[in-house]
Write a protein that binds this ligand. Sequence first.
Ligand SMILES: [Zn+2]
Length: 249
Amino acid sequence: MTISITFDPAFDFFLAKSHKEKDLAYPLTRSASVKDIIESLGVPHTEVGRICFNDQDIDFSFIPDTPGKLDIHAVDAPFDVRSPSMLRPEPLDRVRFIVDVNVLKLGRLLILLGFDVAYSSSFSDEQIADLSESESRIVLTRDTTLLKRRKIVFARRIRANLPYDQVVEVVDFFGLRDQTAFFSRCPRCNRPLKKVAKTDILHRLEPKTRKYFFDFFQCPTCGKVFWKGSHYDAMKKTFTSLGLKNPDK
Ligand SMILES: [Zn+2]
């Protein structure tokens, strides 16, 4: 017995050439869930937005046991992780990320844009999956295999090669252009910065910084002090050149 599977063209990134054809004939040799079938063909479940069997919406646990037609649709951008769907009935209450070691620079840039990002060069695949579940975080990675883990519900397999292109990819895929808050978090600790009185940190400032800057921010975790100096201006210029700017509040 076989079923016929059609993947959206958006899945070409993951599929072997022989699987890109329409109406792929898939032999049902064992009772396998739709999740297992899709992933055995190379597509992680996290990239799938909708599945239909004989035109009926189904979820990942569905086990086809009759001949039929399986249509696999990709997640459409912008992907609103705060809306429930058939495949993801429990949405996230806010956007938070965890990045894999292969996209650490992307993670740091997202923090500079103001997003909550857990990152570490020592996270194992298992830790990433566990944290994505326990802290409701979206996984960002270039490792397709990692995304086949059942615990990972929200994710993006990053396509772009360069960190700044990856930032644009993530912001556009999840529809976050109006949610940036540049330099509101400590790039090292991911903690929101707090405003600090200049008089409290005056002794830590270089003479020029003392003279020309008035607004200062401090990380509650590491204590580092930040101000909108030349580094801020340069990064802001780079983000602006990518079309990213803070929404007017
Ligand atoms: Zn810090």
